[in-house]
Design a protein around this ligand. Sequence first.
Ligand SMILES: O=C(O)CCC(=O)C(=O)O
Ligand SMILES: [Fe+2]
Length: 908
Amino acid sequence: IPSKEEKKEMERQLKAINKPAIKSFKLKPTTVPEWITGNNTSGRFGLQQEGISCPDGTVIVKRTTMQDLMHAQRLKSMGFDGPRPFLTERNNTDLNGKFYFAKADIGPASFSGVKGNINIWKPKILQDQVSLAFISVGGGPKEKFASISIGWMVNPSLYYGDYVRLYASWTIHGSQTGCYDMSCPGFVQVSKTTPISAILQPISIYDGPQYELRLSLYQDRVKGDWWFAFKDENIGYWPASLFKSWRESNNANYASWGGQVYSPVTEKAPVMGSGHWPIEGLKKAAYVNGIKIIDRSGTVFDPEVGSVKLKPTTVPEWITGNNGSGSFDLLQEGISCPDGTVIVKRTTMQDLMHAQRLKSMGFDGPRPFLKESNNTNLNGKFYFATADYGPDRFGGVKGNINVWKPKILQDQVSIAYIAVSGGTIEENLASISVGWVVNPSMYSGDHVRLYAYWTTHGNMTGCYATSCPGFVQVSKTIPVSAILQPSSIYNGPQYELRLSLFQDRVKGDWWFAFKDENVGYWPASLFKSWRESNSANHAFWGGQVYSPVTEKTPPMGSGHWPSEGFHKSAYVSGLQIMDSYGTVFNPESGTVKLPVLDLTQPIESSVLSSLSEACKEWGFFYVTNHGISKEMFSKICSLSRDVFRVPLESKLKLGPFSYTPRYIASPYFESLVVSGPDFSGSAKASADVLFQDHHKPELRETLQEYGAKMADLSKRLIKILLMITLGEETGKRFYQTEFSNCHGYLRLVNYTPPHDVEKQKELVEGLGMHTDMSCITIVYQDSVGGLQMRSKEGKWIDINPCEDLLVVNIGDLMQAWSNGRLRSSEHRVVLRKLVNRISLAFFLCFEDEKVILAPEEIIGEGNCRSYKSFKCSEYLKFRQSNEVGKFEKIGYTVTDFAGLTLAQPDDP
Ligand SMILES: O=C(O)CCC(=O)C(=O)O
Ligand SMILES: [Fe+2]
């Protein structure tokens, strides 16, 4: 505990260090070595943001807190006064502690830059110990000796936790004066993404993957400043003035690379690097490689660089989609920056005290994942209003929350949010929530602010975006505590926040997007429990208020009840869930998650049961890894466009069996049938009519290939359906006797919506409700979407398009043959956007002469037969006898045609 005097001194130091929030910085060096702008090289590298940094998020700077200074003080008194980046002395021990080094050096020499790759390890060390790996430069005569060193360091006494962190330190005055990063004036941070004490992840694994830090130190040859670059990014610089002694000798004199450990004498010295000897070789021992020197003339050898992750690898379509309603302005803390400046809101003592005070009040953060209802504890009351979705595996959630500014007192909190949470067991529950918050105790004023919050460890650990390591800010314009304006007005204009949380499907990181901009992400490593369950489990939307028990509870949202309706009560709208395949669905409208059959995976019993359930309930499912490439789909789509662009006159020459013009099924629907098994012949016949002497060999070649693949796929699917309903052996037998003569045909469909489709009040149907006359149908729909299936209760459910998935649905013939165990459900296509839509449907049908009669095996003992036997061609005739009956199914279903209304158990 510091004495009064010491505390005063620290406060003085804090004042000196914590400069005003706005300051003009140099943002770029004048000269940059070639190696900084080179192309990327290997080595994926995630960065975690430093503990206490700017909620503002514009520049990540760890402002020195009293605590840091106390730590530093303590370290000093322990004997560790900083890394010894340039030391000619050998391993040494003084009264308090021991230093060990392993290094290589160059010098004296004349150079102005050095770079190298250091691989990252996380040595096990005790609280008072230090382990680091570095690159450094130094120079000047003995008593004026100065140096800079950068690298990674594990130093629990200086920084929170035993994380491996980026570090930078320097010494002047013959190494008498020394500083870490921000703990004394000198280093100027310019990077907005990489703080100097950033947590480094991942870490190399013994005999496993190796991760490197790519670092460089170089002098601006015009200004003389020394710059520190991490991968491609300039982190900051030390002004030339700091190293007078170098200026005198006009350049640096020594460079060194290596490792260093420090331990109090009372303890066993900690591990350096991986703790293994160089003789064990790569992947086992720590290394520094790719060392390069830049000489005074600027000559470099083999420049080599990389970059920091700023974008997710996968981005859901909704992020790049068009804007929704409601304009929205963002204010950044009420300060705007003159050119060439960056906004630095560093964590102040006050911020920390606020957070502390809130904690002691009972509010330890929003409670994004709560099964419990409104609750009151000793200190305060929480109230919730939430809707939730789950448990389910999904990869994202989005929604619009309208913004209100509830009147609340200083100690109260009001929040509206969307959240995701997961975890397999109580102890590893984790969650992320984003939304708006009014929280005057945490942030200054009663502004409505954007917030992001997460919890880990069974929700025991929780953090606001930047108040502990975890969230990585990437947006340069939207800080997570941005003030939101305007807010909605009762019975007046409504303003919404468009938010989404989604998982990078390659890296596993969770991203937060506001409108169409990625604000930042939480690295996958943060939510181990989710990784175990492979994705999130629950989604929530709602409001939350907190108040100390002594006060009246504040209003939630607008403070008005939902019954008052739109413009009056708070709402969350446009809720969407993205499943782990990237398809998007609406959790409100009785959403159904259809199973996805992966054809490259062994069909396990869990897959069989969900498939069988879906076929019974919906008659729809998805199939993936079906062996048809994206290029194939886009080729057919483009060929289809060519076909439908042909003048109507020519298309009509194809005749009604192959071409259906727009006015038959619907004013927006036209289609071309290509029949199998000779898809090529059928396509050629059509092409000859449509394109006459302009031969289109691609059309028949592509359709032949696609048709054949569809025929194979449909047969494979039939076998799986038979296996589900009849078991493996019986299924195989029936495939041979009943399905081996099936044939298929393709229908290319072009939907042309009316010009005012987006303004129409009524839903525009591209294809009306119908059931398919097939055994099964396989549909490819382009990215426009609009296919819907109808539930037994009559609810319409979107079947969203997804690049990698084909839609499979059961047709009437299969429903009759399976005695209704497989459902042929009504579906339709709705047009919402003013763009053409292409779909490719493949119908697998029984041969015309086949008599359909459900076998006893499928009816099962004690069950009734539901359909009388009928000849396939008769049913087709029944549907086709009437142009309406072909597409409009009411009164023309297989049940109308062959259904047995009465239970007749003895009827064969
Ligand atoms: O266009 C679609 O997505 C589906 C077409 C369809 O249902 C059909 O042709 O039977
Ligand atoms: Fe259909």
